[in-house]
Design a protein around this ligand. Structure first.
Ligand SMILES: NC(=O)c1ccc[n+]([C@@H]2O[C@H](COP(=O)([O-])OP(=O)(O)OC[C@H]3O[C@@H](n4cnc5c(N)ncnc54)[C@H](O)[C@@H]3O)[C@@H](O)[C@H]2O)c1
Length: 253
């Protein structure tokens, strides 16, 4: 393909696996990608909260922190679609974090649980799809990080550490797989108004966060979806190892 013909959003038929796609940001991303013609498979520990409305979005139960679950998930996607063009590592313990707390009050069990899903899950995902993408000679990985890393948000130490590690993994693995035709990038969203965000933060905090932005408004999942679609597309093939902060202009990296 001529470089000038490369598309900046997913081509129809692109097979995209979105983890944590049952609700919130992952569900929004899945619908957006499917509305552009992608064949989307969502993977989550729970069932989707909404139906697919005729879009090509199917669901597989999977736990991203579990190695054998990844084997079954990849096999299920290959069985359904024959390939995996893009992986969006979106699943995380976010809503499940509960109230913000000083780092001294976080238990070892909570720390390990957050790390096992938010960090180990991302690594396991990249490891599970790598042979498939390598054999295809092409692949896109988009890891959902968080701008809390850049902002140094307090009282969320396990979460910010887990997402900082996602950014580090993105850089490190990007260097390992570039020659296989695979790009690995991260997207670091600011505070997105999802059910999880509303459960974790009060209205004053949400309003104050919106006011701090260069683009002073609330952030919706729709602000992220086209960015993820671009990073899953042919047009982003010379971008890898990067973290794109999508926060309306709070932090400048
Ligand atoms: N909402 C925000 O403001 C915000 C900001 C920055 C980054 N993020 C990130 O965006 C992503 C989505 O956030 P959200 O607001 O939709 O949160 P959410 O908590 O509503 O969604 C997370 C999804 O991951 C799933 N999940 C949890 N553990 C899993 C596991 N072990 N295996 C498979 N799936 C699992 C959950 O069931 C849920 O569907 C997360 O990575 C989050 O850290 C969110």
């Amino acid at each position: 393909m001529n470089q000038t013909d490369l598309r900046g959003s997913v081509a129809p038929g692109t097979v995209v696996l979105v983890t944590g796609g049952a609700r919130g940001i992952g569900a929004g991303l899945s619908r957006h990608l499917a509305s552009q013609g992608a064949a989307v498979v969502t993977a989550d520990v729970v069932e989707p909260t909404a139906d697919a409305d005729g879009l090509d979005v199917t669901h597989v139960r999977a736990d991203v922190s579990d190695e054998s679950s990844w084997r079954q998930l990849v096999a299920a996607v290959l069985d359904r679609h024959g390939r995996i063009d893009a992986l969006v590592n979106n699943a995380a313990i976010y809503q499940g974090l509960g109230a913000k707390r000083p780092f001294t009050d976080i238990t070892v069990e909570e720390w390990d649980r957050v790390m096992s899903v938010n960090t180990r899950g991302v690594w396991l995902g990249m490891r599970a799809v790598h042979p498939v993408m390598k054999a295809q000679g092409r692949g896109r990985v988009v890891n959902i990080a968080s701008s809390t890393v850049h902002m140094g948000v307090p009282y969320f130490a396990h979460y910010t550490a887990s997402k900082g590690a996602v950014i580090a993994l993105t850089r490190s693995i990007a260097r390992e797989v570039g020659a296989d035709g695979i790009t690995v990038n991260a997207v670091a969203p600011g505070l997105v108004e999802t059910e999880a965000t509303r459960a974790l933060n009060d209205e004053d905090y949400l309003a104050a966060s919106a006011g701090r932005r260069a683009v002073p408004r609330r952030m919706e999942p729709g602000d992220l979806a086209p960015v993820v679609s671009f990073l899953c597309s042919d047009g982003s093939g010379f971008i890898t190892g990067q973290t794109l902060v999508v926060d309306g202009g709070v932090t400048f990296s």
